[in-house]
Design a binder for this molecule. Structure first.
Ligand code: KG4
Ligand code: ZN
Length: 334
């Protein structure tokens, strides 16, 4: 039986739709919300309104560019959570109405599982079991992936997500939002050994990223007081040193998880997996630890509906549908 699914992603500030047919992604349409830039962070109310505005044009484009009409669809899928409640409600309500009108099944998808399953969009895909470090603006998790739909969080951040640390530090440095990619670009031109920041060391496989943000803030205040123009003069070296520290904290726990579990199939996912320093560090660790590593294509690192479609495909194969009275969850566990 052939199966074609329309998938919707609206958990944060990207409105996205994708079509998947028999496990093959046909497209991945993403409308980025630029409205948040001037506020230096995502404004939830504005995100919901922008989703309202973009969703139907994005869906229409996804269907027409895939050459698929509504009557060809076997199911519709949406991100149930985690994410911003107002933003999730827009995608969720649309998907319910769509499923109801077309009388097709509805599939709810966990956004964090979808980030992991982005690895199945294109070959090579990791073999089970593998460990995935999922790093985004809202989460930092080490996930043991036993099968497409069987995942366990081995450790996660106790406070800020690493993407949040990138963005907040970038904001202190005066970079535009979201700051992660800007910090990455500047770091490439700096020397990571110039400044030392404290490495947090949490128990077991837990992370913490709030300390470094505060340490960088105090460090910059102190140095700017002593030397006006300190940030501008040292921007590239500061970015390189911060990025180096954040990556070191991530890699330490990833290596620990791999050793503890005896697993050498290792992947990264989520927005921060686009970071060039982290991608390099993963490749280096692969050499040292005899890992096989998997890095998503850049378009599948940050939020997108193709990954939601991939997750929906596996749920469809197992007949895992949801009822039309389902509600979104701002917090949702794997
Ligand atoms: O997965 P994602 O698109 O949204 C969430 O689910 O949160 O991740 C967004 C996060 C932001 O914090 C953004 O700054 C970060 O990913 N990010 C990066 C890079 N590209 C995106 N952080 C560091 N370096 C990058 N190249
Ligand atoms: Zn995400």
């Amino acid at each position: 039986m052939s199966c074609t699914i329309l998938a919707i992603e609206s958990s944060c500030d990207e409105t996205s739709a994708a079509v998947i047919s028999d496990g093959k992604i046909l497209n991945n349409i993403v409308a980025t919300q630029s409205v948040h830039e001037k506020y230096g962070g995502v404004v939830p109310e504005l995100a919901s309104r922008a989703h309202q505005q973009h969703l139907i044009p994005v869906v229409s484009e996804a269907l027409s560019s895939a050459g698929v009409s509504k009557k060809d669809l076997s199911a519709v899928a949406f991100t149930r959570g985690p994410g911003l409640m107002g933003a999730l409600l827009v995608g969720g309500s649309f998907s319910k109405a769509f499923a109801y009108a077309l009388n097709i099944p509805l599939i709810d998808v966990n956004h964090m599982e979808a980030h992991v399953l982005a690895h199945f969009i294109e070959a090579p895909s990791p073999a089970f079991p593998f460990i995935c470090l999922t790093v985004s603006g809202g989460h930092t998790q080490l996930v043991l992936v036993r099968s497409h739909l069987d995942m366990e969080v081995l450790g996660e951040t106790l406070d800020d997500a690493v993407g949040e640390a990138f963005d907040k530090i970038a904001k202190i440095l005066g970079l535009p939002y979201p700051g992660g990619p800007h910090l990455d670009r500047l770091a490439a031109k700096g020397d990571p050994g110039t400044f030392a920041f404290p490495l947090s060391d949490m128990k077991d496989l837990a992370f913490s990223f709030s300390g470094i943000k505060t340490a960088v803030l105090y460090f910059l205040r102190e140095n700017s007081r002593k030397e006006p123009g300190f940030i501008a003069k040292n921007l590239e070296d500061i970015c390189a040193s911060v990025q180096h520290t954040l990556i070191k904290m991530l890699m330490k726990k990833l290596v620990k998880a791999s050793r503890e579990r005896g697993i050498r199939e290792v992947a990264i996912a989520g927005g921060v997996s686009a970071n060039s320093g982290l991608r390099r560090a993963l490749n280096e660790a692969a050499q040292e630890n005899n890992w096989r590593v998997y890095l998503p294509k850049l378009e599948y690192c940050t939020d997108n509906a193709a990954m939601v479609a991939m997750a929906a495909h596996y749920k469809f194969l197992e007949g895992k549908f949801c009822e039309l009275d389902i509600s979104p969850l701002a917090k949702m566990k794997i």
